[in-house]
Each structure stands twice: as structure tokens, then as C-alpha cells.
Design a protein around this ligand. Structure first.
Ligand code: HEM
Ligand SMILES: *[C@@H]1O[C@H](CO)[C@@H](O)[C@H](O)[C@H]1NC(C)=O
Length: 512
């Protein structure tokens, strides 16, 4: 606690110094000193400090602010200037998104300003590198993610986790009439699953009576602090704190050290086991495959940390919002339950899950409105021009914005704010069954798109369908309060304060 106060003090002090410097340099208040220079489309901007004033005024509603600005722009693209940051082009234009993510992919790496934010935690892992470092890992990982043995392993883990831990946990909350934070439960579930798949170890975090394991806490803290780095209006602040090893940056360093040393230990144990009984080498998890293929320890460490980081909070965020949306739309909830019941088989297998198109439609619709990753940035390696005519200079940041895109009228129509899963179906009348519409990934880039599309997309849908189907056919999930939840975008988005629910038996519901 004391550390956080100290942290705010350092930050406050820095901002005060900055503003003093600005005022002295220009002798008059900046807001009056310059004639407002309106950017072509974008927030009001002043020389030198750029949009810092409007940025500050809107800091608690950035998503809505950007979405409004984007819908007012004729090509859904705006330019943002901030002190100490690159000129940033934010776009919700599908043609621009396709250009950046696919057509001229090689001109749009993540770039240093972004990889710096996560670099301390992710090292040279796939999630956080560009160029050759990225493409060689991508090739390797794509192969690993597409094997039949991994799919079978994932199905085994899901059955173990859902039947053995998640459903009993809900059952017990129901019997005790307890209020449960479903978001927390789903986050623990997702972490446990991705840990088992990536590392082959069980972090045991779904046992709510036990304290959160240190590895999980360290991961949480590290990603939270990195997210704060990314949200800071002035980057120089965290860089200065890191240089002096104070406040949040010191906490980050400690957490990163804990994550790295825990993963290193897991790797060394696994290596020892592999050497002891070569015959039984195939544990099915990604770590075992990577080590068996002879890759170096450091590379493997960074890769699995990237997988865990990428695969942990995303699926839980998507499912949390879906459960809330369903609780607000009883007819859709009944439809999805009927759909699941008509297909259900025990245990759920891969083929059955593939047929659950209506569950997938509901998940996509939920992620359209509440995308787990609200925005993502690239940096132009060389001067370029986007399809809508926006000129880019080397080093400019280009941000594609799935949250805003899900709320653009020209992409989704007048009913864009409504939860309507049937917009994803080829034949909306056909009671939830039937084929899904083909929707361009550049119009719906929640998994990114193009060569760097999310590697875990298929795994994520399998996992989410398994969980949603299993929970819904047995239980009714009802919000414990009547407050409208608040969507907070950190590194991955979540529901502020958690999602407090009561669990009831579904009437006419099904035995486990
Ligand atoms: C609903 C769930 C998910 C969503 C919405 C999602 C979304 C995304 C997005 C937007 C990116 C690009 C991020 C960036 O480049 O900065 C990404 C990359 C990635 N995702 Fe996912 N993801 C999900 C689940 C998963 C899962 C379960 C895994 C499995 C471990 C996973 C593994 C990865 C990996 C390894 C990358 C990096 C790919 C690369 O850079 O080549 N994701 N994901
Ligand atoms: C792609 O990017 C390069 C700069 O790296 C640029 O010269 C070229 O015009 C761009 N356009 C296309 C269509 O490749």
C-alpha cells in the first residue's frame, strides 16, 4: 500500500515538474497561448503538447471518446498527437486494417515502443518480437498448435478441468447459496488450463479456499503494471521510475523475477524427467514438445511465458461478458440451452463442439461488443499511405481498434449496440442451428488477422464452447446485483469489480 502511495507521489512530482517546465518555457498558459489547431480529424491538438489536454480530460472514457471521434471521421480514421509519444493513427476502417495486418504486413511490425512495454516480462517470446525472431517462432508454434496430439491433450485437460473442478465449484456455490465472482472463477480456470497445456503443470488455482499461488500473483501483478505503462499519458514517467528502480517499476522487476525463476524451475524439472525416461517423453504439453525438439532453455522459457500471457485472461473475459449478456436476454439464453441440449453428448468431444455454431455465434457477438483485446498497435517501418489516403511517416503508430469497430454503424448497422447473435448466422430463422456467416476478419479483428492472427483462436473457441455449454445446461447464472457492469480495458479487458453471481439449478436442468 505504502509503495503505491509513493508511486503516485513520484508520478505527481514528475507531472508537476513537467507542467512547470512547459509554463515557464512558454511564459503563458498553453491553453491560451496557441490558437487551437484542429487536426484534420482527431482530438483538439496544441503545438508541442499535442492532445494531452483532451487526453487527460477523457482519460476515464478513452474507449467511448475514440469511438465517437472515429464515427465522426469520414473514413473512420483519426490522428492523435501526444507529448512524448509517436504520432498515432487510430483506425476502425476495415480496408486500412487489412492493409496493415496483411497487404503490407512487413511494413508494420509491432515496433520497439510497444515491445518495450512488455519486454521485461516477455523477453524474446513470440508475442513480443518482430522480423526473423518472430517468423521462426511462428513457424514452430503454428506446427505445435495444429497437431492432433495437442488437440487430444487439450480435450483431456478440458474434461478434467470442467467436470472435475469447475462444475463441482459451481455446484457447491449453489448448494451453499453463495455469491460467486464468476469472472474470478473463469480467470482462474483459464490460467489453470493454459498452464497445463503450455507447461504440463497444475497450478491448482481453482481451489478458492487456498490463497492464490505466488506464480499466479506474480503474473497478475506484472501484467497489471505493464498495462499501466501502456496507458500512461506520458511514457517518460515509467522509464524514469524503471531507471531508479522505484515504485511500480520495482514491483514489476520483482514479479518478473519470480515468474522467470518459477518457469525456469519447471523447465529444469521437465528436462530431468525427459532424460530419465525417454520412452515416456510425450506428455502432450507444449513445453515437452519444444524441449524434445531440442530447443534452448531460454527460447523455450520465453515462448511458454508468451503462451500463458496470451491465453489466460482473454477467454475468461469473453465468457464473463457472454454470461452477463445472456442474463439480460432470456429468449437468447433459452435458445442457446435448447441448441446445446440437442447436441450434447457426455463427455463432450471435439466433433460435437465443432457443431455448436449457435454457441460460437453468441461468443462472437459478445466479443464484438466487448472484445478481450480492445486495441492493438503496429509501427510503420517506412513511409507509407493507408488505403483511405492517410499518410504515414516512418515511426508512426497505427492502432486498429476492435472495440470501436464493433460499434461502427457502417459495419454493423443501426442495431449495432444490440446483442443479436443471429447476425452471425446464415439463416437467422433456423433456431440457432445452421451454418455461420463468413465475416471478414478485417471487419472483426478481435483475434487480429493476417499472418499474425492469434495462434490460439481454435483452442480458445473449443475451450469457451466447452465451458459455456457445460455450465448453461446445468445452471442458471444470475447477477447478484442490478448494477450495470463497467468494461475496463487493461492489457485484456475485464469487468470492473468482478461479476458477482448467484448460481441456481436450471429448471428442467440436467444432471451432471
Ligand atoms: C477469446 C480468446 C482470445 C482472443 C480474443 C485472442 C486475441 C489475440 C490477439 C488480438 C492477438 C494479437 C495480439 C498482438 O499481436 O499484440 C493474439 C495473439 C496471440 N494469441 Fe490469442 N487470443 C485469445 C486466446 C488465445 C489462447 C487461448 C491462446 C493459447 C495459448 C492464444 C495464443 C496467442 C499467441 C501465441 C499469440 C501471438 C501470435 C503471434 O504474435 O504470432 N490466444 N491473440
Ligand atoms: C509497402 O511498404 C513499403 C515501405 O516498406 C512502401 O514503399 C510500399 O509502397 C508499400 N505498399 C505496398 C502496396 O506494398
Amino acid at each position: 500500500m505504502a509503495m503505491w502511495v509513493f508511486d503516485d507521489l513520484v508520478e505527481g512530482l514528475f507531472l508537476v515538474l513537467l507542467f512547470l517546465f512547459l509554463t515557464i518555457t512558454f511564459s503563458v498558459g498553453f491553453e491560451h497561448a496557441f490558437k487551437k489547431k484542429a487536426c484534420r480529424f482527431g482530438p483538439p491538438s496544441y503545438p508541442f503538447i499535442g492532445c494531452l489536454v483532451s487526453f487527460y480530460q477523457n482519460r476515464r472514457r478513452l474507449l467511448e471518446w475514440y469511438t465517437d471521434l472515429l464515427s465522426e471521421s469520414p473514413s473512420q480514421t483519426i490522428v492523435v498527437h501526444r507529448l512524448g509519444a509517436r504520432r498515432t493513427v487510430v483506425t476502425a476502417n476495415a480496408a486500412n486494417v487489412e492493409y496493415v495486418l496483411k497487404t503490407n504486413f512487413s511494413n508494420f511490425p509491432k515496433g520497439k515502443p510497444f515491445t518495450e512495454i512488455l519486454g521485461d516480462l516477455l523477453g524474446f517470446g513470440i508475442f513480443n518480437v518482430d522480423g526473423d525472431l518472430w517468423s521462426s517462432q511462428r513457424k514452430l508454434a503454428s506446427h505445435e498448435f495444429s497437431t492432433k496430439s495437442l488437440r487430444e491433450f487439450v480435450m483431456r485437460i478440458l474434461e478434467e478441468e470442467v467436470e472435475g473442478r469447475l462444475l463441482p465449484l459451481l455446484e457447491s456455490a449453489m448448494e451453499k447459496n453463495e455469491v460467486l465472482d464468476l469472472q474470478d472463477v473463469l480467470r482462474r480456470f483459464a490460467f489453470e488450463t493454459v498452464c497445463k497445456v503450455s507447461l504440463g503443470v497444475d497450478p491448482c488455482c481453482l481451489d478458492l479456499s487456498r490463497p492464490v499461488p505466488p506464480l499466479v500473483r506474480a503474473f497478475d501483478r506484472a501484467s497489471e503494471i505493464c498495462a499501466m505503462r501502456g496507458m500512461a499519458p506520458v511514457y517518460a514517467v515509467w522509464k524514469m521510475k524503471r531507471a531508479f528502480n522505484v515504485g511500480s517499476e520495482r514491483k514489476l522487476k520483482e514479479s518478473v523475477q519470480l515468474v522467470h525463476s518459477s518457469v525456469r524451475e519447471i523447465i529444469q524439472n521437465k528436462k530431468r524427467k525427459l532424460e530419465e525416461d525417454r520412452a515416456e517423453g510425450d506428455g502432450g504439453d507444449l513445453l515437452t514438445s519444444l524441449l524434445s525438439a531440442g530447443h534452448g532453455e531460454e527460447v523455450v522459457r520465453d515462448m511458454v511465458i508468451s503462451f500463458i500471457m496470451a491465453g489466460r485472461d482473454t477467454t475468461s473475459a469473453a465468457m464473463t461478458w457472454l454470461f452477463w449478456l445472456l442474463s439480460q436476454h432470456p429468449p437468447i439464453e433459452s435458445a442457446i440451452v435448447a441448441h446445446v441440449d440437442s447436441l450434447y453428448r457426455n463427455p463432450l468431444d471435439f466433433e460435437t463442439l465443432k457443431e455448436m455454431n449457435f454457441v460460437k455465434a453468441c461468443l462472437c457477438e459478445s466479443m464484438r461488443l466487448y472484445p478481450p483485446v480492445v486495441w492493438d498497435s503496429k509501427h510503420a517501418a517506412a513511409d507509407d499511405t493507408l488505403p483511405d489516403g492517410t499518410a504515414l511517416r516512418e515511426g508512426d503508430r497505427v492502432t486498429y481498434f476492435p472495440y470501436g469497430m464493433g460499434r461502427m454503424e457502417h459495419l454493423w448497422g443501426k442495431d449495432r449496440f444490440e446483442f443479436r447473435p443471429d447476425r452471425w448466422l446464415e439463416e437467422p430463422e433456423a433456431d440457432g442451428g445452421g451454418p455461420l456467416k463468413a465475416v471478414s476478419p478485417y471487419k472483426f479483428p478481435v483475434f487480429q488477422a493476417g499472418p499474425r492472427v492469434c495462434l490460439g483462436k481454435e483452442m480458445a473457441f473449443i475451450q469457451m464452447k466447452y465451458v459455456v455449454a457445460s455450465i448453461l445446461r446445468r445452471f442458471e447464472i444470475r447477477p447478484a446485483g442490478s448494477n450495470r457492469p463497467v468494461f475496463v480495458p487493461l492489457l485484456t479487458a475485464h469487468m470492473a469489480g468482478g461479476f458477482k453471481v448467484v448460481v441456481r439449478k436450471r429448471s428442467g436442468g440436467n444432471e451432471p
